[in-house]
Design a protein around this ligand. Structure first.
Ligand code: SF4
Length: 323
């Protein structure tokens, strides 16, 4: 199915192509069709196999199914204020010591609450031709000690393109860490193949892989295998989740998520208050409720399994810790 930057297919076609979708959801309505036209439906096979298609409120299905509720007012198209921090070659330099590279405009899955669902990728399409520009900018900014590969999802790039990117970064002598933000090992675990593992194993920097998992039901057998391979390389594996109404706004679900992640060698890192993006206000959880959930987790889990509750205000120099 489509990447965020390609022309959306007619929504009816997109919805009707989801073979398991129950008839009432497949038919949808005009507002649901409009939502799918604005941000195309995309569900990879492994993730689809974990959905309970008989339950229209399934927490995995809810994350990916276009909804009429997306037409509700509220939210913006640049909710964390990234557009004014774009500098060179797809780099976003919002925080002093870290820079973020929009390495790819594509994702393996389209999450309806995505804070970059309106990101104008077409204005500066990520491409191999721009890696030299990225290295040049970083070389002029010795304060940047960590580069974050993001997107889209950087692991949608071929391993050859990833290698070409990291080859061009070796000239940046002050870079101390490479961080990769990715949902791919969970939603399309077969991407964690031998060439990718070899690329990761030979990188000259310590690598921190920050996964994005919101619900324990997303951690199927394919993901477990992919995570075991990544663990063997000695990468630091962290997870960030987004707190989403009707998906994981429940103490039991969040506790089980932390336990299941740890079983697979991943530490819960951040629980994000959802960025106020246009089209996703139906997922929002009030700050007071979010804090109560995290405090409840503190009472039942060891501290290292309690993610930090954070938000990412537009003009801030760092994330804001809420609990
Ligand atoms: S994988 Fe990440 S970047 Fe891609 S749609 Fe989901 S939340 Fe957005």
């Amino acid at each position: 199915m489509d990447s965020p930057t390609s022309q959306p297919r007619p929504a009816k076609t997109a919805l009707s192509r989801v073979e398991h979708l129950p008839e009432p959801l497949r038919r949808g309505g005009a507002l649901q069709a409009a939502a799918a036209e604005q941000f195309a439906l995309k569900i990879p096979a492994e993730f689809a196999s974990l959905i309970n298609w008989e339950n229209s409120e399934d927490p995995l299905l809810r994350q990916v199914l276009p909804s009429a509720q997306e037409a509700a007012p509220g939210g913006g198209t640049d909710p964390v204020g990234e557009l004014s921090s774009r500098v060179a070659g797809g780099l976003v330099h919002k925080y002093g010591h870290r820079a973020l590279l929009i390495a790819s405009s594509a994702c393996d899955i389209h999450c309806r609450y995505c804070f970059r669902r309106h990101f104008p990728y077409e204005q500066a399409p990520p491409s191999a031709g721009r890696w030299a520009e990225v290295a040049s900018y970083l070389n002029q900014h010795p304060e940047v000690s960590e580069l974050i590969l993001s997107g889209g999802d950087p692991l949608t790039l071929s391993t050859r393109r990833l290698s070409s990117l990291t080859d061009s970064l070796t000239s940046v002598r002050h870079l101390r860490r490479l961080r990769i933000h990715s949902r791919t090992p969970l939603v399309r675990p077969q991407r964690v193949d031998e060439p990718l593992l070899q690329w990761l194993a030979t990188l000259p920097w310590p690598v921190v892989l920050v996964l994005h998992c919101n619900h324990p039901g997303e951690l199927g057998s394919g993901a477990a295998q992919a995570l075991a391979e990544l663990r063997r390389l000695g990468l630091t594996l962290l997870n960030q989740s987004v707190l989403l109404k009707g998906v994981n706004d429940c103490e039991q679900t969040l506790a089980e998520l932390s336990e299941t992640l740890f079983d697979q060698g991943v530490l819960p890192y951040y629980l994000h208050q959802m960025d106020p993006v246009q089209g996703a206000s139906h997922f929002a959880v009030a700050d007071q409720r979010a804090r109560a959930l995290v405090n409840a987790l503190r009472n039942r889990l060891p501290g290292y399994l309690v993610p930090r509750l954070v938000s990412d205000p537009p003009a801030s120099e760092s994330k804001k810790i809420l609990a």
